[in-house]
Every structure is written in structure tokens, then in C-alpha cells.
Design a protein around this ligand. Structure first.
Ligand SMILES: NC(=O)c1ccc[n+]([C@@H]2O[C@H](COP(=O)([O-])OP(=O)(O)OC[C@H]3O[C@@H](n4cnc5c(N)ncnc54)[C@H](OP(=O)(O)O)[C@@H]3O)[C@@H](O)[C@H]2O)c1
Length: 278
């Protein structure tokens, strides 16, 4: 029963591919541009774009299960194509922010809520998985760590429980294999709440270097984030970090409940990615 992984080169998607293969499942991997794909020889690779229903129809032919990202431009093209396919299960990588009561006008939470609403109204057999904070957000610190051994942060003491992308993929794979019910959609985090400062220390330990933290004011942080995000996304990020400074970014046991083992520690995530920070 073939699973189509849409976004097979993504940091979560690539682990979904590997873990499905390890479970003996047939996998079809999709990327927008196959010429630049560097994927295992054990998977067939197709071109598919979540904004283009025709590419999705071809990719979905003969497939029974799908993993997909929440597309920024909406999920209507996928829903159109998926209605013509014979799908048994769809797992959507959504966001735990949809469950945060305070994130009402938050652009990131709203983008994911809107995709979830469309899926819920589609009649398709779907389920969301909802990580709150991906550990790989800290890859955004890599340049300044490599070049200056410094990380510039708003609210360095803000506490959150980042989750390893491998664990997010493991929950997605459990859901794809039918080993999960509605609990798969609970808020998904790492096992421990860590301040941003502590995350920097653990990256420092992984590369055996001291890393300084420079605190940013809100206006400095806005300038910093505006280099890579639109203003509404900058507002959303700042709202999340400010909430985390007030206990609004909890650690949950969803990963442990689903996987029967503790979530991977952030210290291990840092060791797994040490070369990026050296
Ligand atoms: N950052 C967080 O803390 C956080 C928290 C909760 C949820 N999330 C969710 O996790 C996602 C990030 O996951 P990640 O780190 O694995 O992302 P990533 O490494 O940036 O990968 C994104 C993947 O999405 C695919 N993609 C993007 N637009 C597409 C389109 N129009 N059609 C087909 N494929 C498309 C890309 O495919 P190509 O290879 O073709 O480019 C790529 O494989 C966020 O977008 C968000 O929805 C993030």
C-alpha cells in the first residue's frame, strides 16, 4: 500500500520517508523539482506541487496514504486532487499553535487553522499532527554561532520544549500506519521545557565552544526577523516568544504516549546537528 510523501526533502518529510522504508512500506516521494532531489534509490520520485492539482493527480495515482505539509497558499488544490484518488489515510503536518487559546489573530496559527478547516470540510480521511516548536528553528542561529560564537535573542529566558524532527516524523509514521487515533492530533513537543539560553548552552556543549547570548529589545528583534519573514509572521513569532516567557509554551507527553519512549532530548538534537554550528 504505497504512501506518497509530499515534501520528501523537508526536514520532517525526509525522516518520514526513511522511517516508512525502515517499516517495509512502499514509498513514493514528491518534490517540486525532481532534478534537485537527492533521495534514496529505494523510493520512486515524482514532481508535485501542492498549489497545482494536475501534478498532484499524477502523483496520487495508485497511492492509498499521504503525508503532506500545510501549504502556505492553502490546501484546495490538494483536496481537489485527493477527492479523485482512493485514499485511506492522510496525515497533515499542522502546528500545535492552532491549540493555543491566546494565538487568536496570530498569522502562523491562523494559516494552519485555515488548512485544517479546509481538510475538515473536505470529507477526506485525514488527521493532523501538531508539533508546537521544532528544534530545527535553532538552525537560524547557525550563522552567528559559526562566525561570531554569539546568538541574538529576544526573551532569552523564554521557555519552550523543542521537538526533534525525527520524533515529529515518528508520530506521523505511527499515524500513517494506523497505530494512532485522535491522540495523534494532541499538542506535540519535546519532553523538556528549556529556556532559549539553555538551548544555546546545549549547542555550545555539542560543539565544545562557549556561545554568548546578546539580548535584543523588541524593536531590535523585529529588525532581525524582518530579514527573513513578512511583518505578520514577525508579529506571530514575537507573540510566541513573549508568550513562552510567560509560561505559554508547554511541554506535553504526546510523543512519549505515541511512541512508547521519551522524546529525543534537545542535547541529542544539538549533537546530531553539530556540524551546522561549527
Ligand atoms: N518551525 C516550527 O517551530 C513549527 C512548529 C509547528 C509546525 N511547523 C510546521 O512545520 C513546517 C516546517 O517543517 P520542515 O522543517 O520539515 O520544513 P522544511 O524543511 O522547510 O521543508 C518544507 C517542505 O515543504 C515542501 N513544500 C513547500 N511548499 C510546497 C508546495 N507548494 N508543494 C509541495 N511541497 C512543498 C518543500 O518541498 P520542496 O522540496 O519541493 O521544496 C519541503 O520539502 C512549517 O511550514 C510548519 O507548517 C513548524
Amino acid at each position: 500500500m504505497t504512501t506518497l510523501v509530499i515534501g520528501a526533502r523537508g526536514s520532517v518529510g525526509c525522516h518520514v520517508v526513511d522511517q516508512l522504508l525502515a517499516a517495509g512500506e512502499p514509498v513514493r516521494a514528491s518534490v517540486r523539482d525532481p532534478s534537485s532531489a537527492d533521495l534514496s534509490a529505494d523510493v520512486s520520485v515524482v514532481a508535485a506541487d501542492l498549489t497545482k492539482a494536475d501534478t498532484l493527480r499524477a502523483a496520487l495515482a495508485g497511492v492509498r496514504k499521504v503525508f503532506l505539509y500545510a501549504p502556505a497558499g492553502g490546501v484546495d488544490a490538494f483536496i481537489d486532487a485527493a477527492r479523485d484518488a482512493d485514499l485511506e489515510r492522510i496525515v497533515l503536518l499542522s502546528s500545535g499553535s492552532v491549540l493555543l487559546p491566546y494565538a487568536v489573530d496570530n498569522a502562523i496559527a491562523e494559516e494552519h487553522r485555515s488548512v485544517e478547516r479546509a481538510m475538515a470540510g473536505s470529507g477526506l480521511p485525514w488527521m493532523p499532527i501538531r508539533p508546537l516548536v521544532l528544534a530545527n528553528n535553532t538552525l537560524n542561529w547557525a550563522d552567528s554561532i559559526r562566525t561570531e560564537r554569539v546568538v541574538r535573542l529576544i526573551h532569552p529566558e523564554a521557555v519552550m520544549a523543542p521537538i526533534h524532527e525525527r520524533d515529529v516524523a515518528a508520530v506521523a509514521v505511527a499515524a500513517l500506519l494506523g497505530k494512532a487515533g485522535d491522540e495523534a492530533g494532541a499538542m506535540l513537543t519535546g519532553s523538556e521545557a528549556l529556556s532559549q539560553r539553555r538551548q544555546v548552552e546545549l549547542i555550545g556543549a555539542a560543539i565544545d565552544e562557549d556561545i554568548r547570548v546578546d539580548e535584543l529589545s523588541e524593536s531590535q528583534a523585529r529588525d532581525h526577523f524582518r530579514r527573513f519573514a513578512d511583518p505578520d509572521i514577525v508579529d506571530a513569532i514575537i507573540e510566541f516568544v513573549a508568550a513562552a516567557a510567560n509560561g505559554g509554551s508547554p511541554a506535553t507527553d504526546t510523543a512519549e504516549q505515541m511512541l512508547g519512549r521519551p522524546a529525543v532530548h534537545f542535547a541529542q538534537w544539538a549533537r546530531d546537528h553539530a556540524t551546522v554550528f561549527r
